[in-house]
Design a protein around this ligand. Structure first.
Ligand code: FES
Length: 106
């Protein structure tokens, strides 16, 4: 089974199934992962799906678009590895990806 690992600010880990084509946000919401609210439903308009990406996974992601970059400029705790979980589509290449949810979203 493919998996996505969400790591909370306190270090607790949640492993959820990854499905091809589904966003990391959808996987989090579908499995009730704390720290991902997704208020806009995935339309890149709220940044409540902000996550930071651990290596080596960051370099495997497709580059972020202009809208995602603009939304990330507004988060309260930006990081060089910040991304929006709704803009990352899961695929087999991301099996085992580890992402952190920021303390501000808990
Ligand atoms: Fe709103 Fe990702 S769910 S920006």
């Amino acid at each position: 089974m493919s998996k996505i690992i969400f790591i909370a600010h306190d270090g607790s880990r949640r492993e959820v199934p990854g499905t091809d084509g589904e966003s990391l946000m959808e996987a989090a919401i579908g499995n009730r992962v704390p720290g991902i609210d997704a208020d806009c439903g995935g339309s890149c308009a709220c940044a409540t799906c902000h996550v930071t990406i651990l290596e080596p996974w960051q370099s495997k992601l497709t580059p972020m678009g202009k809208d995602e970059r603009a939304m990330l400029e507004a988060v309260s705790d930006p990081d060089p590895t910040s991304r929006l979980a709704c803009q990352i589509r899961f695929s087999a290449a991301l099996d085992g990806i580890e992402v952190r949810t920021p303390a501000s979203q808990h």
